[in-house]
Design a protein around this ligand. Structure first.
Ligand SMILES: [Zn+2]
Length: 152
């Protein structure tokens, strides 16, 4: 991951652990991925679920935010229940303070092209994350006025 994003994540983790009532840990499941890494991840989903479902939850190689070094999966990838845990709720409520956004929010699939992923955080910097939070934008596409869900 890029140094700025790593530093922000480390501060977020430290603050979470200092405030966590349950003491649950946060785990980095998947940070930066190279192109070959993404080929492996995506092809694994296609084998397991078929391409149509794989495209709802995994980016094709060359399109993943993980390849930018600005995205990180925290806790259990593919577990939407993470959004209801103490850790998932804390991150959803506070990650913007550190410059992160829950990139693929619930109900936004027609806009973002991806299912709800409460574990996938994208670093956008504190300034933009604060703007998104204050104005209540559910996605970067909505904020920037991009067309919904780019197709391949
Ligand atoms: Zn992810």
């Amino acid at each position: 991951m890029r140094p700025e994003a790593v530093a922000a994540m480390q501060k977020m983790f430290a603050d979470y652990h200092a405030q966590s009532p349950t003491g649950d840990g946060l785990t980095v499941v998947s940070p930066y991925r190279s192109y070959p890494d993404q080929v492996s991840v995506y092809n694994g989903w296609v084998r397991r679920l078929g391409q149509a479902q794989a495209d709802r939850q995994s980016a094709r190689p060359g399109y993943s935010e993980h390849q930018t070094g600005l995205a990180v999966d925290i806790d259990t990838a593919t577990n939407q229940g993470f959004g209801t845990t103490a850790a998932g709720q804390w991150l959803a409520q506070n990650s913007w303070r550190y410059g992160f956004v829950v990139r693929y929010q619930q109900g936004q699939e027609p806009i973002t092209g991806y299912e709800y992923e409460p574990w996938h955080f994208r670093y956008v910097g504190v300034e933009l994350a604060t703007e998104l939070q204050k104005q209540g934008f559910p996605s970067l596409e909505t904020f920037f006025g991009y067309a919904p869900a780019p197709s391949y």
